[in-house]
Write a protein of this length. Sequence first.
Length: 365
Amino acid sequence: MNADSTIQLAYALHRGDFGLDIKLDLPLRGIIGVFGQSGAGKTTLLRCIAGLERPESGILNVGGEVWQNGADKVWRHVHERNIGYVFQEPRLFDHLDVRGNIDYGMRRSESDNGTDTDHVIRLLGLEQLLTRKTDALSGGEAQRVAIARALLRSPRFVLMDEPLASLDRARKDEIFPFLERLHAESDIPIIYVSHNLDEICRLCDHLVVIDEGRVVADGDLQNVLCRTDLPVLAGTDAGSVIQGAFESFDEQDELSLVRFSGGSLLVPGSPGPIGATVRARIRANDVSLCRTRPEQSTILNILPATVDDIQGDRGPSVLVRLAMGTDRIIARVTRRSARDLALKKGNELFVQITSVAVRQPPPRV
C-alpha cells in the first residue's frame, strides 16, 4: 500500500509479564477491526497510537506524516495527534448538555476537513437530544454523542475502544444502525477494537487479529475470517462473511433473494432496494454438509460447494472451509461426521445453511 494512504506503525512494549510486538500497514479508509480475546493487547495498541503509552520503540506514520519515530527522536504528544478517541464509557461532561459536548469536540479541532456539523448530528440521530442533559441520556444515546464529538474534531482517523461493551443488547441494537450509517457515509477512517466477532463482521472492512500481543492475521475481512488455522477465530462465533446483491423480494413469503458468486440465498425480510449490496454473515455452526442433495427439507438454502480446507487438530469438531464461486464459507462438523463422510480437500458436496444474518444498507440522511 502507498504510504500516503496508510497508517504504518510498529511498536515494541513490555509491561510486567505482557509484551506488545506489532508491525502493521493499515488502510487509511473504511473501518478496520482489531479483534482478540481479553488481554490480547488491543487497548494497549490503541493507547500507543494515541500517544497515551510510550513504548520502548515505536514508529507511527500517518498518510506520509511521521508522528512518531524513536530512532529519530520524533514524538507528537497526545494533544498534537489529530485523532478522535471513543472509549468504552462515553466520558461526557456532566455540566454541559448534548450541544455543549458536541461543541467541545469542534473547539478541540486543529484542522478543518470539511466535516459538516449538521450532517454528523443527523447521521447519529441527535437532532432531538441537543438540549438534553447528559444524565438524561440512555447508554446508546450517550455513546452516539461521544462519537459525534470525536468526529467533529475533524480527525485524521478515529479510535474506538469497544464502544458497545458496556451496553445491553437493546442499547446495542439501538446504536448499530447509526454505526452502519457512519460506515456508509463518513470518509473518516475508524480503527474499531472489539472482542465480539459479530460486531466486527457487521461493521468492518479490514481485520487485524491479535493474540498475546502479536498480530496473527491481517487483511480483508472476508479472507481473514476464513482462516481455519487460527484458534482465536475458531470459537463459537466462527464463521464467514460474503458480499451479495439484493435481487428480488417475494411479498407472499416475505423472503428476499440475495445473489452472490456461489449462487443465491433466501433470507427473511427485505434488505433494501433492488441491486443494493448486502453483507451476509454465516456462522460455522449454521452450516451442515451432505454428500447428495436432500430431496425434501425445511432448509431453504442448499447449495453446491467444494471442500477447500479441513482443520481438525483440536476438540470434538473440525472446521471445514468450502469454496462457493469466489467466496468461502466455514462449516463446523463433528469429527465423527467428517470421518463418516470421508471428507477431504476437493470433495464436491452440498451445504445446508440454516441461518443467514444480512446487514441491510442504512438509509442515507
